[in-house]
Design a binder for this molecule. Structure first.
Ligand code: GDP
Length: 673
C-alpha cells in the first residue's frame, strides 16, 4: 500500500505516520513510499489498539483529575489546617478537628489502630487520621519540617503535568515486606529463580537492589534490598517507592513487631498489598491462625468477606509462587490508573542504592517513574550532578536508553547520591531534590550528636566504614540512638569505602572503635591498626555488627552497689564496749548474720516505736566460741562490731550486705520516633 493512502486511512499526515511507525514497531526506510499490504493491515490494527489505549487512559486520567478536584474541594470546604503535637490524645484530636470522638475512633479502626479515648497517638498516626478526615496537618513542634513531600505525590504531580495521550502503562514496582526470618529474601530468590528456569536467560548476574521479571507477558519490578531489621529505613523507603507490597508472614509463627511496622508503612503509603503466608511446608504451619490474627487487627481476609488476599506459599518448596505472581499482576491491573508514565516526559526517578566504584566512579541503582534516560542527558540526584553515560541492567547488560520501571545501575554522576534522592533532569526547575516522607531519615555523614542532657553518659565512639550507602545508612540508623543504662553510642565519623589512615588517626585521638562493613582492609591499613592499638573490627553480617556493639555497651555498664537486708538479730547482751568496738551476743531472728556485713541498729522508744540509732560494721562472727562466716536464723552468736553507735541489750540489728547489681542493662533507644 502507498504510505500516503495508509496515512489517509489513519487520518494523519504521511510525516506523522513515518514518525509513528517505529513506535508501533515497524521499521521502514525514511524514503520508502510503499508498504507491503500485510504490514499495512498490521499497522492499522496496532494504530487502533494505540488509539483505544489512549482513549482508555484519557478516561482514567479524567477520573483521577475529577477525584483530585473533588478531594481538594472537600478539603477547601473544611479549609482547616490543624497543628498536631508529637503526641496527642484521641479526645484532643477530635476536639481539634471539632468532630465527634466516635468519628475519629472509627477512622482509627479503619486504619487498623485500636485505641481508647484516653490513649495518646503518635504524630504520624494522628496526622494520617486527620488527613483522612479532610484536614491539612502541620506538626506543632519547633524546627520540624512539615508537610513533607511524599514521593508518590511527587510522581502524581509529575504525571498530572504530562499530556494524557502520551501516558502509557509502566511495570509495577513491588516491595516485599515483613518480619525478619519470615522469608522475604527466600521469596525474592524463589521468584528470581523461577524466571531463570522459565526464561533461561542465564540468570540475574548483578545484585543491584532491584530486579525485573517477565511473567505471562507482564513485567514486574521487585525491590530487592536486604531484609534485616537494620534496614528498617530502607524498607520504609521501599514502601514509599513501591506501587504494591507483598506482606510476608511465616505461617508457623505469628504477627510480629516488624509485621506490624510493615502494615503501618503499607497503610501510611496506601499501598495495595497481598499477604503471603509463607513456610506452609512446615508441619506446624497454621495459615488459619495468621488469618485470625490479621482479622483481629482489622485486616479481614477475602475468604471471610474482607479485602485482604492471603496466599499460602512455600519459598522453600517453591509452591504458590505462580499464584503470587499472578495475583501481583491482577493487583497491578486493578491499580493500572496509577501505573502510568510518559517516557518522553520529564525525568523522575529514585535512587535505591548507591556506591563508589573505584574504576567506574559513582554508581546508583535507580528506577524511573517518568521520562527516560539517554546518553548525554544532564541529570541531578540529590547533591550529585552529572551527565548520563550508560546504564547496566540486572544481567550486567549495557542499556543505552532507560525507560520507566526498569531497575538499572547508572553511570555518569559526579558524586555518590543518597538513597531516596530524586533523579531528575538537571535543567528542571524543581528546587527540592530530596524525597522526604515517612520514616526516611536524612543520612548524615557526621552522625547525630548525643543529646546534651546526658553529660554523665559514657560513649561508645564509633567510626564506621561501609560498602554502599544503603548499608551505611542502615547501620547508622540502627546504632545511633542506642543506649544501655548510662552508655550511649556516638558516631564520630562514617563513610563509604575502606578505612583510611585518617580514620585510624581519628580513632586514636578520639578513642573510637573502627568498624568496617563489607569493605576490604588493605594490608598496610591492617598494619597501621595493629600498631596504633585501636579497637577495630570488620563485619559482613549487619546484625552481628550491631550485636557486638550492643555487647560492648553492656560490658561498659558499671555495676551499682546496693544494700540488701539479709537477716535480723536481737541483742541479748552487750559484753564489752571500748572506743569504736563493741562485742555483743544475740539471737538471729530472721535470715542470717554474716561477717563483712552492716548492722543497722534499731531501738524501741518510749512509745514502743522503732527508731534507728545508727550503723555498725560487723567484723567478726562467733558461734560456740569459734569464728564463723555465717550464723543462720534461730541460732545464738557473738558479734564484734565497729562504729560510733552504741548498742544496748534489746536492740534489733538489721543485717545488711552490699551486693553488686547491674543496673537495667537492656539496650534501648533514646527516642523512637
Ligand atoms: P527474611 O529475613 O524475611 O529475608 O527471611 P529469609 O528468606 O532469610 O528466611 C529465613 C529462614 O526461613 C531461612 O532459614 C529460610 O531458609 C527459611 N525459609 C524461608 N522460606 C521458607 C519456607 O517456605 N519454608 C521453610 N521451611 N523455610 C523457609
Amino acid at each position: 500500500m502507498n504510505i500516503t493512502e495508509l496515512a489517509r486511512q489513519l487520518k494523519i499526515t504521511p510525516q506523522e505516520l513515518k514518525a509513528e511507525l517505529p513506535q508501533l514497531g515497524f521499521h521502514i526506510g525514511a524514503k520508502a513510499i510503499q508498504i507491503p499490504e500485510e504490514q499495512a493491515q498490521q499497522v492499522i490494527e496496532k494504530w487502533k489498539q494505540k488509539q483505544n489505549k489512549a482513549k482508555e487512559i484519557k478516561k482514567i486520567k479524567e477520573k483521577i483529575n475529577k477525584a483530585k478536584e473533588e478531594s481538594s474541594e472537600e478539603k477547601e470546604e473544611k479549609n482547616s489546617l490543624i497543628k498536631i503535637p508529637a503526641s496527642i490524645g484521641v479526645y484532643d484530636l477530635a476536639a481539634k478537628m471539632d468532630l465527634p470522638v466516635m468519628k475519629v475512633m472509627n477512622e482509627l479502626i479503619k486504619n487498623g489502630v485500636l485505641s481508647s479515648i484516653n490513649e495518646n497517638l503518635d504524630y504520624e498516626i494522628a496526622a494520617i487520621i486527620a488527613e483522612n478526615l479532610g484536614f491539612q496537618v502541620q506538626k506543632g513542634e519547633k524546627g520540624e519540617k512539615v508537610n513533607a513531600l511524599s514521593f508518590k505525590k511527587k510522581v502524581e504531580e509529575t504525571l498530572s503535568n504530562e499530556n494524557a495521550e502520551e501516558l502509557i502503562s509502566r511495570p509495577p514496582v513491588v516491595v516485599i515486606m515483613g518480619h525478619v526470618d519470615h522469608g522475604k529474601s527466600s521469596i525474592l530468590d524463589a521468584i528470581r529463580e523461577s524466571q531463570i528456569v522459565a526464561q533461561e536467560k542465564g540468570g540475574i548476574t548483578q545484585h543491584i537492589g532491584s530486579y525485573q521479571i517477565e511473567y505471562k507477558n507482564s513485567l514486574i519490578t521487585f525491590i530487592d534490598t536486604p531484609g534485616h531489621e537494620a534496614f528498617e529505613s530502607m524498607r520504609a523507603h521501599g514502601g514509599s517507592f513501591a506501587d504494591l507490597a507483598v506482606l510476608v508472614i511465616s505461617a508457623d509463627d505469628k504477627i510480629q513487631p516488624q509485621t506490624l511496622e510493615s502494615i503501618k508503612v503499607i497503610q501510611q503509603e496506601e499501598l495495595p498489598f497481598i499477604v503471603a503466608l509463607n513456610k506452609i511446608d512446615k508441619t506446624d504451619a497454621d495459615p488459619e491462625r495468621i488469618k485470625k490474627e490479621l482479622a483481629e487487627i482489622n485486616l479481614l481476609p477475602e475468604e471471610w468477606g474482607g479485602e485482604v488476599t492471603c496466599l499460602p506459599i512455600s519459598a522453600k518448596e517453591k509452591t504458590g509462587i505462580d499464584d503470587l505472581l499472578e495475583t501481583i499482576i491482577l493487583l497491578a491491573d486493578l491499580n493500572k490508573d496509577t501505573l502510568l508514565s510518559n517516557s518522553q516526559g520529564s525525568l523522575l526517578g529514585i535512587v535505591l542504592e548507591s556506591h563508589l566504584d573505584l574504576g567506574l566512579g559513582p554508581v546508583a541503582t535507580i528506577i524511573l517513574y517518568n521520562g527516560s534516560l539517554k546518553k548525554g542527558d544532564n541529570i541531578i540526584a540529590g547533591q550529585s550532578q552529572g551527565r548520563f553515560k550508560f546504564a547496566k541492567d540486572q544481567y550486567g547488560k549495557t542499556v543505552e536508553r532507560v525507560e520507566p520501571g526498569l531497575p538499572v545501575q547508572i553511570f555518569g554522576l559526579k558524586a555518590v547520591p543518597q538513597v531516596g534522592d530524586l533523579l531528575q533532569d538537571a535543567e528542571s526547575k524543581i528546587t527540592t531534590n530530596k524525597y522526604e516522607g515517612g520514616s526516611l531519615k536524612k543520612f548524615s555523614t557526621r552522625g547525630d550528636a548525643p543529646s546534651s542532657d546526658s553529660a554523665q553518659a559514657k560513649y561508645v565512639k564509633l567510626i564506621i566504614r561501609a560498602d554502599v550507602l544503603g548499608s551505611l545508612e542502615a547501620i547508622n540508623n540502627s546504632l545511633r540512638d542506642l543506649v544501655c543504662s548510662d552508655v550511649e553510642v556516638k558516631i564520630i565519623k562514617s563513610g563509604l569505602g575502606s578505612p583510611t589512615e585518617a580514620d585510624i588517626e581519628t580513632a586514636k585521638t578520639t578513642g573510637s572503635w573502627l568498624i568496617s562493613f563489607n569493605v576490604s582492609v588493605s594490608h598496610s591499613v591492617q598494619e597501621l591498626i595493629k600498631n596504633s592499638g585501636i579497637k577495630a573490627s570488620s563485619y559482613n553480617v549487619i546484625y552481628k555488627l550491631i550485636e557486638d556493639v550492643e555487647d560492648f555497651m553492656k560490658s561498659l555498664v558499671k555495676p551499682e552497689l546496693k544494700e540488701e537486708k539479709i537477716g535480723q538479730l536481737e541483742v541479748l547482751e552487750v559484753f564489752h564496749q571500748a572506743g569504736a568496738e563493741t562485742i555483743l551476743g544475740g539471737r538471729v531472728t530472721e535470715g542470717k548474720v554474716s561477717s563483712k556485713s552492716i548492722a543497722r541498729v534499731w531501738r524501741l522508744n518510749a512509745n514502743q516505736k522503732k527508731e534507728i540509732q545508727g550503723e555498725l560494721k560487723i567484723t567478726q562472727v562467733q558461734s560456740n566460741k569459734s569464728d564463723v562466716s555465717m550464723v543462720p536464723a534461730g541460732k545464738e552468736c557473738g558479734l564484734k562490731v565497729t562504729g560510733k553507735t552504741k548498742v544496748e541489750k534489746g536492740d534489733l540489728l538489721e543485717i545488711c550486705q552490699e551486693v553488686k547489681c547491674l543496673p537495667k542493662n537492656e539496650i534501648q533507644r533514646k527516642s523512637k520516633k
